[in-house]
Design a protein around this ligand. Sequence first.
Ligand code: ZN
Length: 514
Amino acid sequence: MLPKIFPGEFAHMAASKTFMFPSRSTTPWLFSILAWLVAGGVCAAGHVDYFADNAYSNPISTMQHPNAEYANGVTYVTYLGPHEDPYVAAYDHASGKWQGPVQAGVNIMGKAQDSASKADQDAHGKPAMVVDRQGYVHVVFGGHGGVVALGANALGTPGGGRQIHVVSQKPGDISSWRELANISPSATYPQWVKLANGDLYLFYRHGSHRSDWVYQKSTDDGRTFSEPTSILKHKVSQASPTVHDAWYAWFDNGRGDTITAHYVYHPCANPGHSKDRLNAYYMLMNCRDGSWTNARGEALTLPVTKESADRVTRIPNAGSDRSNHGTCHVDAEGRPHVYFRQGGEVRYYRWLGDAWQNPVAVAAPDQGKGHDGDFVIESPTSIRMLLDQDNAGVSVVGWWNSHDGGLTWQKGPALLSSSELNFEASTLVRNAHPDARMLVASKSRKFDEPYHQMYLVGDKGPLGRPEAEANCLGEKLEREKAAMTLPKGAGKKKRKTAKAADEDPAAFETRDRK
Ligand code: ZN
């Protein structure tokens, strides 16, 4: 592994943009004013739609979530930055000003020098964020199952990295961070669920792909956590000794004190690994006693095995196609709505009380195929989905609306649009302000570049900032970026490393596979 040093407790300001008046006693007055104007972007090229240009690799996805939350007038965001480290920025809605991005910790999977090649990257350590009742910002990142040196993993198999939990030193202040060594390091795909009473649930996979999915619960704002509780069991398949039952799962709030889980089956090749993800499943936790039920309300035995999942939690009319998680929300009647990514489409399902509604492709190919995103339920029959999609050479992040319970979908306004860039959606901002609904990453369509731009989009479009503030790579990384930037496909490595092999296929990978 890499000779990075994590100081445990540190204040990192190097990556943040702080503008200060030069001292009048040491600098001529006129120069001071000019220097301040330039530093503040007043004389620079102007305003840009992105708020940062230092996102690295696959900086966000819908899997590690949420990666943004609105709290106390501020939208906080997090994403993968240089050296695969987690970066945090904050937008103050009253002043219209950005703070950061600042580095919130050190990912041990990061390299001494970044690479533009996907073969050298491991984006499993993408950060997930939550703001606790006191306003402290928590970020979990850096895990791909945990390195062997972390010791025995009773709930799974080792992979790489180390799952790390950092918290802001002060409430509402992203300028300095410290590590809290209170969660399992052998983990990947962190997902935070926050109940209305402030209880925090951290869900994740307890190791590499042949591992249980678990949660740890905190009732004291993330200062201590329960031991991991297994939800989905990994084991050798009953069908074949060379197949291992495994899962990709997604968790979020249900109605009241409940948490939803929707997931797909991964018949992992053992030894080795396969890319297959199949079927579609749904279940619900009652947080008052930790019990789980299926959509019909029938009690489940935990952890759920492949056999019991097929019997009681499977969505039968999802078929047995290749499948990937989407997001899931519950309506005012307590019924789940969910989408899965299947057959190159975003397919929406709704629980009707006694059965699942048949799947409907949102944003069908002839309308510009949808890739990924999230949705809002306004009423049981009125749903708005915010998706990234491609349409005739134009990448869009835009709304799709249904007013008949998901049977038909109509295209709504686009919040971002470009023929030069591809966009990648994340989940919706937790407790979102209408001006800041989703964190979005872009990638050049023409060049393989190590670094990418980040956007925060809402009903008024992207919340950008002065270009001089948004361009935050610094001279050294700008030079490295220029040296590494190549036309798309030139110098592309064919091999894919084993450690990157089970990454949640976000929109970019989906496109690459075609
Ligand atoms: Zn596998």
